[in-house]
Design a protein around this ligand. Structure first.
Ligand SMILES: Nc1ncnc2c1ncn2[C@@H]1O[C@H](COP(=O)(O)OP(=O)(O)OP(=O)(O)O)[C@@H](O)[C@H]1O
Length: 279
């Protein structure tokens, strides 16, 4: 089956400076793919080329089987851009109903408003919504057309922790329903919670693509074992063989090792190392 997205050798330059510098990428149907990278790395440029909003200089791009530069697949794609969410005097219900009309097979606006947690605000004018509520409205507008492919640019910026968890559940529900999702985020725990695969983009290049668990060989990376000595001092040791190390400690303590922890690098640790930030 044709992947949802296929990109080969994508390049885009602004005034002689490369913003996207030879990106190859495939996103499968039904996959949740998170694009990570520091500010200015080229995420938005890449995503907007896929959406058909920006022209590329070179490379091949196929989105749902067509070139977005010539055939933007508007009706089959949902887009949540960074921060809009305000439509003057219109109410939430009016805005969602209005956007639903752009699509050939829209979802029920009332159900969509409920799914994004704005049921109580359906009659509120959009300028009275809080920042997080405006973001939920953006998400509602992105999904009201029942897209096959949904792009989300930093979707949970400004969300409180509870709203973020609710949003994650919404993404999982959409994936269960078969939607392919591409999101950019600066929250590593969000990528870890949602993404089947993550891609790290730095200076216009995709420097790694892997599952969150495997990125940067996380699972086989050296572990840090910490424990409290008999003298009451916290001690730690980095080791490639933590199981062996812990059983040795257990023998020394003749049982329970005080304050024992074993940790591997977090997704954030390996990400920061990849983009060249020293620990
Ligand atoms: N319209 C434009 N004109 C000139 N330069 C641009 C334009 N859009 C982006 N750039 C430059 O291209 C580079 C990549 O920008 P882009 O917005 O794709 O980064 P990003 O990874 O999405 O960053 P952020 O995390 O800050 O949103 C940056 O150096 C940016 O200054």
């Amino acid at each position: 089956m044709e992947p949802a997205i296929r990109v080969r050798g994508l390049r885009k330059t602004y005034a002689g400076s490369p913003a996207v510098d030879g990106v190859d990428l495939e996103v499968g149907r039904g996959e949740v793919f998170a694009l990570l990278g520091p500010n200015g790395a080229g995420k938005t440029t890449t995503v907007e080329i896929l959406e058909g909003f920006r022209k590329r200089d070179s490379g091949e791009v196929s989105v749902l089987g067509a070139d977005p530069a010539t055939h933007p697949p508007r009706d089959r794609v949902g887009i949540v851009l960074q921060g809009t969410g305000e439509f003057d005097e219109l109410t939430v219900g009016e805005v969602v109903r209005h956007f639903a009309r752009y699509y050939s097979r829209p979802d029920d606006p009332v159900a969509v408003i409920e799914r994004v947690g704005l049921k109580d605000k359906a009659k509120a004018r959009t300028h009275t919504l809080s920042g997080g509520q405006k973001r939920r409205l953006d998400v509602a507008l992105g999904i009201v057309g029942r897209p096959e492919l949904l792009f989300l640019d930093e979707p949970t910026t400004g969300f409180d922790p509870e709203a973020r968890r609710e949003f994650w559940q919404l993404i999982r529900d959409l994936q269960t329903g078969g939607t392919t999702i591409v999101l950019t985020t600066h929250y590593l725990e969000e990528a870890e919670a949602l993404a089947d695969r993550v891609g790290v983009i730095a200076r216009g290049r995709l420097i790694a693509v892997d599952t969150p668990a495997q990125l940067g060989d996380r699972e086989s990376a050296r572990a840090t074992v910490s424990w409290r000595t008999r003298e009451g001092v916290l001690e730690s040791e980095r080791t490639a063989t933590p199981t062996q190390f812990v059983s040795e400690l257990a023998r020394q303590f003749d049982g329970e090792v005080p304050a024992l922890t074993v940790t591997r690098p977090t997704l954030e640790d390996v990400y920061l190392e990849m983009i060249g930030v020293a620990p």
